[in-house]
Design a protein around this ligand. Structure first.
Ligand code: PHE
Length: 344
C-alpha cells in the first residue's frame, strides 16, 4: 500500500469510529493521539517519499492529524455532556480538587535541622554512629574509670554484661570518640542522634531522648573559642538578644567543664514561671576536652586542644515551641504534630 492509500485507510477507520463511552474515547485517543499512534508511523514513512513530493504528503498527514484532534474533542464533549446515567464515566473537570493531606515535620526534626544548619555555617560537619555501643566508646575512652559512680549518673541500659559489655549509648559523645579515632585535627563536627537512659517516664523525663553534641579540635583552641561559639549558637537559635552564662560543672571527659544557661526566651531575663524567676534556662553542658580523652583516641594532647558541648534537642524544642510534656514528642498524636505544619 502506498502512503496515500494508508492515509485514506486511516481516515476511513477514524470516520467509522463510534465513541459512546469513556473507555471508547480512551481507545480512540490511544489509537490516533497516543504516544504510539498510527499517524506517527506515517510521519516516519515520509523518509521514503521522494524529496519533491514530501511537502504535499506532509500537508496530507498534518490534515489527518488535525482531523483526529477535532474528532477527539467532539467525542469528548459528547461523552462528557452525556448526563443520561449510562455506562460512561462522568468526570466533572470543573470541580475543585480534593485537598491532599500533607504531613508535617516532627518538631524534634525541625530543631535538629536548625541546629545542624547553624553549626554548618561555621564549618561543622555532621557525624553519626551506632546506638548500641561498647563500653570503650560510651565510657572508657571518655575518661570514665571502671566502677566510677559517674557511670551510674547516666542510668545505662545494658544489653550484654561482662567481657563484651554492650549498652544503648547514653550520649552521642561516643560518636565523637569514633571521629577522633578515625581522623586527625582539625576536627569540627556535631553528632545528632538518639540516646537512652533508664529513667521512669514522666512529663520531665523519658527513657530516650535526642542530643546534638559538638567537638572542635585544632591547635590553640581555647575556652574563649568555646564561649564565643556557644554565644553565636544561642543568638542564631533564640535571637540576637539572647545572652549566655556559664556555670562551673563536672563531666569526666572535659576539664574545665561548664553548664550553659541562656537568658529566658519568654521574659527576656526578667523572671517568669518558665525560668522559675531566675531569668535563665539551662540548655547545654560543655568544656575543654580532657587531654586524657585526646590521648586515648590517638590525638596528641601536647599539640592539640579542643572543646566539646552537648545539648538535648527535646529541651531546646520545649523552649522554642513551649512544649510542656516530654511524652508528647513520642506519642504521635496528630493534634500535637499538626501544630508544626507551618514551622518550615
Ligand atoms: N555528654 C554530656 C551528656 O550527655 C554532654 C556534654 C558533652 C558535656 C560534651 C560536656 C561536653 O550529658
Amino acid at each position: 500500500m502506498g502512503l496515500k492509500e494508508k492515509i485514506e485507510s486511516i481516515r476511513s477507520e477514524m470516520n467509522a469510529f463510534k465513541v459512546a463511552s469513556a473507555e471508547e474515547l480512551e481507545t480512540f485517543r490511544i489509537r490516533f493521539l497516543g504516544s504510539k499512534n498510527v499517524i506517527k508511523d506515517l510521519y516516519r514513512e515520509m523518509k521514503e517519499v521522494p524529496k519533491e513530493m514530501r511537502k504535499d504528503f506532509g500537508q496530507l498527514i498534518n490534515a489527518l492529524k488535525n482531523e483526529s484532534e477535532e474528532a477527539f474533542t467532539s467525542f469528548k464533549n459528547q461523552v462528557g455532556s452525556d448526563q443520561s446515567g449510562g455506562a460512561s464515566e462522568k468526570i466533572d473537570l470543573s470541580r475543585p480538587g480534593e485537598e491532599f493531606p500533607l504531613g508535617s515535620r516532627h518538631p524534634l526534626s525541625l530543631v535538629r535541622n536548625e541546629i545542624i544548619e547553624i553549626f554548618s555555617r561555621i564549618g561543622f560537619n555532621v557525624s553519626e554512629g551506632p546506638e548500641i555501643e561498647d563500653d570503650w566508646h560510651n565510657f572508657s575512652a571518655l575518661n570514665f574509670p571502671p566502677e566510677h559512680p559517674a557511670r551510674d549518673m547516666q542510668d545505662t541500659f545494658f544489653i550484654e554484661k561482662g567481657e563484651n559489655e554492650m549498652a544503648l549509648r547514653t550520649h552521642t559523645s561516643s560518636v565523637q570518640v569514633r571521629v577522633m579515632e578515625n581522623s586527625q585535627p582539625p576536627i569540627r563536627t556535631i553528632s545528632p542522634g538518639r540516646v537512652y537512659r533508664n529513667e521512669a517516664i514522666s512529663a520531665r523525663a523519658h527513657c530516650f531522648f535526642h542530643q546534638v553534641e559538638g567537638l572542635y579540635i585544632d591547635k590553640d583552641v581555647s575556652f574563649a573559642d568555646l564561649k564565643q561559639t556557644l554565644q553565636y549558637f544561642a543568638q542564631e537559635l533564640f535571637g540576637k538578644k539572647a545572652k549566655i552564662r556559664l556555670r562551673p560543672s563536672y563531666f569526666p571527659f572535659t576539664e574545665p567543664s561548664a553548664e550553659v544557661d541562656v537568658s529566658c526566651t519568654l521574659c527576656n531575663g526578667k523572671g517568669c514561671n518558665v525560668c522559675k524567676y531566675t531569668g535563665w534556662l539551662e540548655i547545654l553542658g560543655c568544656g575543654m576536652v580532657d587531654p586524657a580523652v585526646l590521648k586515648s583516641s590517638g590525638i596528641d594532647p601536647h599539640t592539640y586542644s579542643g572543646f566539646a558541648f552537648g545539648m538535648g534537642i527535646e529541651r531546646i524544642a520545649q523552649l522554642k515551641y513551649r512544649v510542656g510534656d516530654l511524652r508528647l514528642y513520642s506519642e504521635n498524636d496528630i493534634r500535637f504534630l499538626d501544630q508544626f505544619k507551618s514551622a518550615y
